[in-house]
Design a protein around this ligand. Sequence first.
Ligand code: GUN
Ligand code: ZN
Length: 434
Amino acid sequence: MAQLYRSALLRFADDGQALYDQDGLLAVGPDDQGQPRVLAAGSWQALAPRFSNWPVTVLPGRLIAPGFVDMHIHFPQTDVIGSPAEGLLPWLEHYTFPHEARFADPAHAAEVAHFFLGELLRHGVTSALVFASSHPASVDALMREAQGRGMRLIAGKVLQDRHSPEGVRDATEQSLIDTETLIRRWHGVDRLGYAITPRFAPTSSREQLRGAGALAALHPDVWVQSHVAENAGEIAWVRQLFPEARSYLAVYDSVGLMRRRAVYAHCIHLDEDDRALLRERHTAAAVCPTSNLFLGSGFFDYAKAERAGFAHGLASDVGGGTSFSPFATMLAAYCVGREGETKAATTLIPRALWWLHTAGAARALGLDGVIGNLAPGCEADFVVLNPQATPLLARRTRAARSLDELLFALIVLGDDRVVERAVISGKIQHKPAP
Ligand code: GUN
Ligand code: ZN
């Protein structure tokens, strides 16, 4: 199981700074419990003498980097990508709910789960925080598939007991019983984690939200995930349904759903009190730029998020999002960042974008030092990237004179063709045919 890799190597320091070795070494081997981990990472010259008898995989011209972490994605929306609508609410009604209703069928759920995880890996995403559908069997299907591939994956059954059509609507009491059963069945099994998953405030009764909050208190190491402040129509609806709440985000806070390991997708239309609340509650935002552009939801403000100091990272939000590719997400984040307060290319430099989709996303999930990086002790999830994957990429990356130029070329021009291998816990899980 012990293995050395020799190639260019990208990783991150604890303070988020990118560390790059043109001639790098990555050593992967079992820890004291026999789990494959990163044992060393850095310059080949400095480290190779420590590993003189180890087998070496030499990858000329390639770049080894941490596997990408997708902080928010819907597996039952794999077939919803590219469904146009005026905005979020009609999109949910006309496309999303009818598609998700099909996940009552376990065979359909299993088929999509298989395809979905294959697609994540093909794009270099080695971990994700995932919405299943409201059907408990959809969680079983996804978890089984992830377990078979050895992935660190977090997922949950959607809770939605009102304002939802037959076929996806669940029943309050049973939905909470099912959630508890699924936590016991899957949370902490191998590398899997569970997330308590109210879809969003408008589709959960107060009773269901309170029940979700009670479960979150009972299981503090389980994740919580939902959506907040995405779209104007949605926000107006929340104001109508919860007139007593100071803000949309405050609805979740009032029922105990803001805490460590809680992750809210979008967080676009927030005020400064909301941003301070995210920081105080150690709650994270999953930023979904391709989805926000596609559904016309708005622009996440990276400068205000930085200033407020709440954790945030990048996510695809497939099927509102338009691509599984972290490169597409990072490029959209860059473009959206230029719409924010700073309107400058300074905050979202390529290294920072890459961090937001790897080590930064892992930190926002409470998994820093575990995934999203290649520091000693991290689990051995990484990608092998080919910066010459297309003629234009080869031409452009050859001319890159700095790490930022190389990463920018990959972000702007890269896609699944760049991802030559995805390695999970030291084992190749994706390698395209030559
Ligand atoms: N809000 C509630 N449900 C959803 C969903 O499935 N996708 C997005 N983007 N927003 C939501
Ligand atoms: Zn979403």
